[in-house]
Design a protein around this ligand. Sequence first.
Ligand SMILES: Cc1cc2nc3c(=O)[nH]c(=O)nc-3n(C[C@H](O)[C@H](O)[C@H](O)COP(=O)(O)OP(=O)(O)OC[C@H]3O[C@@H](n4cnc5c(N)ncnc54)[C@H](O)[C@@H]3O)c2cc1C
Length: 394
Amino acid sequence: MTYVIVGGGLAAAKAAQALREQGYEGRLVVVGAEPHLPYERPPLSKSYLQGKSEREKIFVHDAAWYADQRVEVLTGTSVTAIDRAAHEVTLSTGDKLGYAKLLLATGATPRRLPGDALYLRTVDDSERLRDVLASASRIAIVGAGWIGLEVAAAARAAGVDVTVLEAGSQPLLRVLGERIGAAFADLHRANGVDLRLGVKVEEISGGVRLADGTRVEADAVIAGIGVEPDTRLAAAAGLQVDDGVLVDASLRTSDPDIFAAGDVARAHHPLLDTHIRVEHWANALNQPAVAARAMLGQDATYDRLPYFYTDQYDLGMEYTGYVRPGQADDVVIRGDLAGREYIAFWLSDGKVVAGMNVNIWDVTDDIKALINSGAPADRAKLADPTIPLADTLA
Ligand SMILES: Cc1cc2nc3c(=O)[nH]c(=O)nc-3n(C[C@H](O)[C@H](O)[C@H](O)COP(=O)(O)OP(=O)(O)OC[C@H]3O[C@@H](n4cnc5c(N)ncnc54)[C@H](O)[C@@H]3O)c2cc1C
């Protein structure tokens, strides 16, 4: 019996680990397109990009671990097709590999723009960008999302002039809204970034031309305009796909022998009662244990709240929860927004649906408890740092 994991990222490595930890003894094959063992991406826009951490540190496991655990990792190899009836995948080498259970952990790939922009997804991209930052005197970044802003911070740390071009009225608008988005705009401007909001990029060619005719000169242009889940295999195999591979709360696709986890999975969340796709590290770290249990025929449900973090300059933050588009009708700040030491809460009908702690630590469990309580919170207590978070329900 063979279990096959498609994709060589964090979710793939954690799934292999979880299957062995949960007692799966059979043949286990990870097929990954990149020429590397599975590694973690967060350092690629932070410490690794800034030359502050070593390459060995990014790998989920070293080669000895896979050998010891009898996990075959086919690096530099893609799965090109799934034959569900034959329970078999085709590899880019032309070989076929039978499976009893299959996990799709194919992740996501950056959205592209026409022109000669650079992108940041892989360790190779990060090393290329590090070289660019070492020699460039000015760069332009298209998109003020997490990747764009983290690259901006790394570039400023390298002494490079940075222009960030964003179509929205604030950075990170879709996730954080106007007020907190503006706080991130202030952070970057305070660190010397030329942040231009509400601008439209017309052409990227040795710099950027904006729709109003303005030219932004740059030695390199980096685009961070979001990612698309890599659903090609799943769609071609006739699995249900809709902005991600659709899976139930046990991460099973519409085929009972095929599962999906990580950035590519759009899973039914039992507490939120909707399908969500989470493009963050913690999701790729934790979903695989549930997928592994389900692959082994056990009951398993993934019901963790989305969680992610960022580091930019001297700001570190964690965000917990999920806000549907247009759902938050109120934002409460506890602490010092301008001084960048605060917790922001997003509320819907008086209940906390998400919280973000900025330069304040060890509060994630309390924020989770507030959200999971599903009970209305007292606005004044939420805003008062002297009242313990556990005592802020109305
Ligand atoms: C630069 C950067 C910084 C980030 N920083 C943060 C952060 O600070 N906080 C946070 O929460 N999240 C962060 N993230 C997001 C986080 O890294 C992702 O959520 C995580 O990598 C998802 O893991 P995954 O295994 O699902 O997919 P991926 O990491 O995308 O891995 C999927 C792998 O599958 C391979 N693959 C695809 N198709 C096939 C195929 N057909 N056959 C074989 N292999 C295939 C791909 O080549 C890829 O290697 C960051 C991401 C990036 C790029």
